[in-house]
Design a protein. Structure first.
Length: 302
């Protein structure tokens, strides 16, 4: 049994841009749930991340679901019900100093913030910014996270074992930065421009920016697979998941999977070469192989 944190969920209605408007909490309270936890219909999943054995899914009702991932199924181990004090834009799973946590990037009262929550519900630390945080990803070897700002098009680096934030760069010609993915081995940051449907590639070493791919709609999530050299992009406007081969001399976004997806908003790479997708429009989590084959979904199809 794992101790989770909970209290009354916020009530929300369907939103045109739910990823940017979802309600999240700063103060959390503890409750216990476990493998015998009753499973109900998943409502509007919007963000996700995990470490393979565990998958965390945030929905538009303000509930963070914790799933244990098996070969052909998901088992819900707990839920976190969140009040309405913070508007999140992106999340990432992190392990820093031996502590497992979830980092939430978003805003509060018109100002940006990133909050690290331990899995027992404690707010471990918070970083504050003048601009709205719109994307975040974590590098486990360096214990750093990179954060994008939607209204200033800036990138900052966070020391997750401390409290410092450091300005990295501003993406020139960007319109509105959104989610990002960090290639820690090559020190590359991939960032989506949600206003123009482009993906930028920023090199930390050379401090240079190039357009990796374009002709997307409004990407809501990006995930990087370092072994395959693939960048996965969730694009609900085009109702599909796209992949970009970052090793190609002429990278382009090509279709990875569409059917049976309706509105794919969040993604997470799982163990055994699998990809989990949060399908907002279908109230489900769909698991695919790295070849695009549908493996299973949650809740199971009747």
């Amino acid at each position: 049994m794992r101790t989770m944190f909970a209290h009354s969920p916020a009530v929300s209605s369907p939103l045109k841009t739910p990823r940017l408007r979802l309600i999240l909490a700063l103060s959390l309270f503890a409750a216990q749930v476990g493998p015998g936890f009753s499973q109900t219909r998943l409502e509007r999943p919007i963000m996700m991340d995990g470490d393979g054995p565990d998958l965390f899914v945030l929905d538009s009702a303000g509930t963070l679901h914790e799933f244990q991932v098996a070969q052909d199924s998901l088992t819900e181990n707990g839920r976190i019900f969140l009040p309405s004090t913070v508007t999140p834009a992106d999340m990432t799973y992190a392990v820093s100093g031996g502590q497992r946590s979830v980092l939430i990037a978003g805003s509060q009262m018109g100002r940006g913030l990133v909050t690290m929550y331990s899995l027992d519900g404690r707010s471990v630390r918070t970083w504050n910014f003048r601009n709205i945080c719109s994307g975040i990803d974590f590098g486990p070897r360096s214990h750093t996270a990179y954060v994008a700002m939607s209204d200033s098009n800036e990138i900052y680096r966070l020391d997750t074992q401390g409290t410092e934030s450091t300005y990295v760069s501003r993406i020139p010609n960007a319109t509105k930065l959104g989610p990002l993915a960090f290639d820690e081995a090559n020190q590359i940051i991939y960032i989506a421009d949600v206003a123009v449907g482009a993906i930028y590639k920023y090199s930390i070493a050379t401090k240079s920016t190039t357009v990796l791919a374009s002709d997307l709609s409004a990407p809501t999530a990006v995930s990087f697979d370092p072994e395959a050299g693939r960048l996965y992009v969730a694009d609900p406007g085009r109702r599909g998941i796209f992949i970009v081969d970052v090793r190609s001399s002429k990278p382009i976004a090509t279709g990875f999977v569409s059917a049976p997806l309706r509105s794919p908003y969040g993604m997470a790479l799982l163990s055994n070469a699998r990809l989990a997708v949060a399908d907002y429009g279908a109230n489900s989590i769909v698991i695919f192989s790295d070849k695009g084959a549908l493996l299973f979904q949650f809740p199971p199809a009747n």
